[in-house]
Ligand binder design. Structure first.
Ligand code: ZN
Length: 265
């Protein structure tokens, strides 16, 4: 299974796409978040992913940079349905996400509603919720968000390897059981610790590279992926982030750019 980064930026980036990614195996893909608009379609095209490959979609929370791309996906799905080419889609989110999603869809895509309600099977996530995606067990869990309700998940890659996505907010201690023994951690990292006075990540519920890498080291997580980052120095982002992360973390660290592939197993 490989992870394909469709976007790696935070909400207001202009030089890369907002954070969303695929977990892809063979001709099936699980889309995690959908970016901030129809750039999702561009990024999918650039990675050679046909929309029919996407069987499952998870939206972590209703912020614009995570949710707006999904309406383009639904629009494409409805268009394909008219040609008899659409496949059903499973869409996971908490009730906040799903209520918002259907309200907006009704307003923006009224003619598509009958076919979308038939094709899109929505799965409402509770505090924790066990599902199966790409033939693997996935446990969704609520994050400790202060404002907008948000979920992350833990996916079993193999019997002894797991991938954890911690959404768009910093780790907090009640989440510890979900991270125990995980192999891959994807964590947001808005900017470097040395730039914290400039970006104030903690004031907007985000982490620095140092925060995220220190957590991965503390929990002995072997592989760590940092994303949802600032793009003002995009050319040097990877090397600068890497340097700070490696000052505290001794595992395998990834600071991906858009369209980068990471082999998980
Ligand atoms: Zn975000």
């Amino acid at each position: 299974m490989e992870l394909v980064m469709l976007g790696t930026g935070h909400a207001l980036v202009t030089r890369c796409f907002s954070t969303c990614f695929l977990l892809r195996e063979g001709d099936r893909a699980f889309l995690v978040d959908s970016g901030g608009g129809n750039g999702l379609l561009t990024q999918l095209a650039k990675t050679g992913t046909d929309l029919s490959c996407i069987s499952d979609v998870f939206i972590s929370h209703i912020h614009l940079d995570h949710m707006l791309g999904v309406f383009w996906l639904l629009r494409c799905l409805a268009q394909r349905a008219r040609k008899g080419l659409a496949k059903p889609l499973r869409l996971y989110g908490n009730s906040h996400v799903l209520d918002t999603l259907w309200q907006i869809t009704k307003l923006l895509l009224p003619k598509a509603m009958p076919c979308l309600t038939e094709l899109v099977h929505t799965i409402s996530l509770e505090e924790t919720s066990n599902q199966e995606i790409l033939g693997r067990p996935v446990r969704f869990f609520a994050l400790c968000a202060k404002h907008t309700p948000q979920h992350g998940f833990r996916l079993n890659l193999t019997c002894d390897q797991t991938f954890v996505f911690l959404g768009d907010i910093p780790f907090s201690e009640p989440l510890l059981p979900h991270l125990k023994g995980c192999t891959w951690l994807m964590h947001e990292a808005f900017c470097l610790e040395e730039d914290a006075d400039r970006f104030h990540p903690h004031a907007i519920e985000h982490s620095t590279v140092l925060d995220a890498a220190s957590l991965a080291q503390r929990l002995h997580i072997p592989h760590c992926i940092l994303t949802h980052a600032d793009d003002s120095d995009l050319e040097h982002r990877s090397e600068r982030f890497l340097r700070e992360a490696q000052s505290v973390y001794h595992g395998d660290i990834h600071i991906p750019y858009d369209l980068e592939h990471i082999r998980l197993i």
